[in-house]
Design a protein around this ligand. Sequence first.
Ligand SMILES: NC(=O)c1ccc[n+]([C@@H]2O[C@H](COP(=O)([O-])OP(=O)(O)OC[C@H]3O[C@@H](n4cnc5c(N)ncnc54)[C@H](OP(=O)(O)O)[C@@H]3O)[C@@H](O)[C@H]2O)c1
Length: 295
Amino acid sequence: MKLLITGFNGFVAGSIIAQAKGKWEIHGVGRSEGPGDEGGLIYHNLDLLDTPGLTALFNTIKPDAVIHTAAMANIDSCQNNQQQAEKVNIGITQTISSLCKEHDAKLVFCSTDSVFDGTKGDYKETDTPRAVNFYAETKISGEQLVLAASTKNVVARLGLVMGLPVMGQGNSFLADTIDKLKKGVQIPFPINETRTPIDVITLGSALIELAGNDFGGIIHLGGNTKIRRYDMALQIANTLGFPTDLILSTDSNSMPERATRANDASMDNSLAKKILNTPMLSLSDGLNLTLNFKK
Ligand SMILES: NC(=O)c1ccc[n+]([C@@H]2O[C@H](COP(=O)([O-])OP(=O)(O)OC[C@H]3O[C@@H](n4cnc5c(N)ncnc54)[C@H](OP(=O)(O)O)[C@@H]3O)[C@@H](O)[C@H]2O)c1
């Protein structure tokens, strides 16, 4: 069975690739030169905005499943570069949805808890999304395209992803936080944002399962701990033995130059617990797993 993973050099993709090796023939697509082909992993260098190139890639690989992680994932970049965000987060998702349909491949799309407006919390899959920033708008549009293309497709709404990069770099706030704490730098964390963080190892395993099982539709992939981002940072600093006075509290919605954030975007993970073999973890168990993971 062939699995195509977009966003090869990203944070989430690294965990998927490391854990899918040996179980699937893995094709990773990214924009850098990449590692070349190595044991069970075939790397393709392609800008996903190159539609003819992407079409040719699908014709060559003929994937059985695709996990689409590639995105403009930075909320403020999306707000400030809306045309590019639309092209990447909606346009590429549309192309990939069509190609998956043509090749009868199952598509697992990485969406976000940010699709919710954050006024309620404990969001279930049946709750209606409402965007408070442009990133969320693009992800809601992406979700609709993916779900309309096939009933076997999956929209996986990811909670805040916590962990160390397994391969490459990508967007890991934990790695960045540890670097700063080691240097004694104070770091502000939002006290107004409540989340259900998921560790990147559990997330990778859940996404691989979803690529290979019979589930189709929306699923929330968040951890068992509902926590404010400020309190999460305190817990991380404490666990790792750094002084907690380096963690400062801030209100992310009091900075006019930044895009609006959802206050309480916590998600209910009951469905994930019911249908997946991958257990959803508490913040402390997830932190432990990601800190000790060996690829
Ligand atoms: N991290 C989180 O906390 C979080 C939470 C909720 C949802 N998500 C979603 O989960 C997914 C993965 O997030 P992540 O944290 O792994 O993000 P990431 O580390 O920023 O990785 C995203 C990847 O997408 C690639 N990409 C962007 N535009 C591309 C293009 N035109 N062609 C080819 N590749 C392109 C980037 O490639 P380059 O390296 O070449 O730039 C990057 O490697 C995203 O869809 C994000 O919206 C993430």
